[in-house]
Design a protein around this ligand. Structure first.
Ligand code: CIR
Length: 261
């Protein structure tokens, strides 16, 4: 199996009632709280079925977007980095995830300058790609580059397409050699050296899939993407994402995943 897709552990956080007020770029209806709870439960069950040991953190009412634990931190086998989310309403989430990371990892570093969201960080087998976006600025990305070097990891700065929330809104890793990406992202040379499967037109949001061990979690209503991945030989687990999709989220953002040493 691809080294970049092997995970043993994950952290998730229960959705707060306030999740209905989660940030969204394009406006639109609130998600239903019950719907998000159901989608989150299905997601947690899928991670457990894929073989992960889950740590489930309690809901944080003061932080509507805190269910998206991917954004305040970056984790690896060797340690963790506390980030600085670019949305002011999310900055306080870092202090709430820090104690758990300090319990789980011997080394926990902190980004002390700039801004960076985990949603902009794609960890591949060879390097960590950091997308500059409205949430991740150059200062944050360059600081991250220096911190990741302390874990022996190389960082490549890349551009997130304009008006796209996060770099990983538009891509996910399917295995060490292959990414699933939107057409608008792969027109740049960002994935040179990778095999690229393009999300079918109209299913751009499916690009935020999640490869975990031997399965790929994909939004259940992205039927063309599921067929494409199925035909390419991946074992797809379809999951409901319509409610979290209303607040600009997909499948990577609800967990922090790593392979224990
Ligand atoms: C936000 O705008 O921050 C949330 N509503 C969505 C965050 C999604 N995070 C992710 O994909 N890593």
């Amino acid at each position: 199996m691809s080294s970049s897709s092997i995970f043993t552990n994950a952290i998730v956080r229960r959705p707060a009632r306030s999740v209905v007020n989660g940030l969204r770029a394009g406006g639109g209806d609130d998600p239903s709280h019950d719907g998000v709870v159901d989608e989150h439960a299905a997601y947690c069950a899928a991670l457990v079925s894929a073989g992960l040991a889950l740590t489930i953190l309690p809901a944080l009412e003061a932080f509507p977007d805190s269910v998206f634990v991917e954004d305040p931190a970056l984790v690896f086998t060797q340690g963790a980095i506390l980030l600085r989310p670019g949305a002011p309403s999310r900055a306080g989430e870092v202090a709430h995830i820090a104690p758990t990371l300090k319990e789980k990892f011997e080394t926990v570093l902190s980004l002390d300058e700039g801004a960076a969201d985990g949603g902009d960080i794609l960890t591949t087998a060879g390097k960590i790609m950091v997308g500059l976006s409205a949430r991740t600025d150059r200062k944050g990305a360059e600081t991250l580059l220096r911190l990741a070097a302390r874990f022996g990891r190389e960082v490549q700065l890349v551009e997130t397409p304009k008006d796209v929330l996060h770099f990983k809104t538009d891509c996910s890793l399917l295995d060490d050699e292959t990414v699933l990406a939107t057409r608008r992202l792969c027109t740049s040379s960002v994935f040179d050296g990778f095999r690229v499967l393009t999300a079918p037109d109209g299913e751009e949001a499916a690009a935020n899939a999640l490869r975990v061990n031997d399965v790929v979690l994909v939004g259940a209503h992205f039927v063309k993407t599921i067929e494409m991945l199925d035909n390419a030989g991946y074992r797809v687990v379809p999951l409901p994402v319509r409610e979290i999709g209303r607040i600009d989220a997909g499948l990577s953002c609800m967990s922090l995943r790593w392979r224990a040493a």
